[in-house]
Design a binder for this molecule. Structure first.
Ligand SMILES: *Cc1c(COP(=O)(O)O)cnc(C)c1O
Length: 374
């Protein structure tokens, strides 16, 4: 039986060689690789500063701190995201205020943001979901009108563009992640990008126990953390970054195959759509089952039994137990997000998948849907 994982990192001989070379060097941490990775990443995104950190979550936490957010502040964000985005707001004692999503792009619905803005609102944490940027013109307009900071969780959307500009470069700061299922990987890892020198300096300090650049050993300016990224990870990141364009092209090919194969079944399945002005870099390829009689979780089980891994993408954050307990959220609060959480399905997407594989996966999917419908 063929087996299809949902994601798989693309690691080449060159990647391995770069990592091994670090092991033979004098620095396993705080060496030359981290600043090389940061400089190259900043250049790729066209920003002034990049700060490598130990995960995307760590990056989001530091940006919240660097933007001065804390107790009493409200941050508008989306419930349809990986839990880390809203959690980062809680880390600093601020309150996430959710806004439902657009039914086609699954990004925050900008039309519904304004009604959630209060005197306490200090920032909007946008999440560019699945590999596609949010409607940034509208969001930047709101930011200007209400003097809000814009923080971008671009962890799923490296190199995706909105009207030609990369996701993560619009607001005060953007955050990327390099977990092995992402478009590029460092194992664990993340990157903060910004054009703001102060935010950059605070993040660099906080990730390294709060030490300022020119502090003497064990002199600490702020309460910091250890969110450093080690040299092996940075070497892998540099090597992965060099082939990122290629890896994204390959993901686009696979997404285009799925789109083509799914086109005749639009009554049954909502394929992903790319909004005008956007480019998509396909962190995941997520479909929505339109027939509400289909038990999506059962469908996932059936597909797993025949070697096709799929996954719900994503559960709605407001319905996680501790969010319900903290804020009293309930079913029905954000219906579009909840509908996606119930009927969405991420299909396998990784380098090496062929058009033949995509046809096989969709044939199995349609077959199982058909059986569940009877
Ligand atoms: C992957 C991801 C993160 C960060 O994940 P880490 O595992 O901490 O690197 C944050 N937000 C979103 C939306 C993500 O997909």
């Amino acid at each position: 039986m063929k087996y299809y994982p949902i994601a798989k990192p693309y690691i080449t001989a060159k990647d391995k060689k770069s990592v091994l070379a670090v092991l033979d060097s004098d620095y396993l941490s705080l060496g030359p690789k981290i600043s090389e990775f940061e400089k190259k990443f900043a250049k790729k995104l066209g920003v002034k500063y990049a700060c490598a950190v130990s995960s995307g979550t760590a990056g989001l936490h530091l940006v919240m701190l660097a933007c001065g957010l804390g107790a009493g502040d409200e941050v508008v964000t989306t419930p349809f995201s990986f839990v880390a985005s809203a959690n980062s707001i809680l880390y600093v004692g601020a309150k996430p205020v959710f806004v439902d999503i657009d039914p086609l792009t699954y990004n925050i619905n900008f039309d519904k943001i304004e009604e959630k803005i209060t005197r306490k609102t200090k920032a909007i944490l946008v999440v560019h979901i699945f590999g596609q940027p949010c409607e940034m013109d509208q969001i930047m307009k709101l930011a200007k009108k209400y003097k809000l900071q814009i923080i971008e969780d671009a962890c799923e959307s490296v190199c995706a563009t909105y009207k030609g500009q990369p996701a993560g470069t619009f607001g005060q700061a953007g955050v990327f992640a390099f977990y092995p299922n992402k478009q590029m990987t460092t194992g664990e890892g993340g990157m903060i990008v910004t054009n703001n020198k102060k935010i950059y300096e605070i993040c660099q300090s906080l990730k390294n126990q709060g030490r300022a650049e020119n502090d003497q050993w064990l002199d600490h300016k702020y309460l910091g953390y250890n969110y450093r990224l080690d040299e092996m990870s940075c070497a892998l990141g540099i090597s992965q970054l060099a082939k990122l364009d290629f890896m994204i092209r390959e993901r686009r090919k696979i997404a285009a195959w799925y789109n083509k194969i799914l086109a005749p079944y639009s009554e049954l399945i909502q394929a992903p759509s790319v909004a005008a002005g956007n480019t998509h870099t396909w962190f995941v390829y997520v479909i929505k089952i339109k027939n509400k009689k289909i038990n999506r979780n059962l469908l996932i089980k059936k597909l797993k039994n025949i070697g096709v891994s799929t996954k719900p993408y994503l559960p709605s954050i407001h319905l996680f137990n501790f969010y319900k307990k903290l804020f009293g959220y309930k079913n029905g609060d954000f219906p579009i997000s909840e509908e996606m959480s119930e009927y969405s399905l991420a299909l396998p997407i990784y380098l090496g998948l062929t058009e033949q594989d995509c046809k096989y996966i969709i044939a199995k999917l349609l077959n199982e849907i058909n059986r569940l419908n009877h």
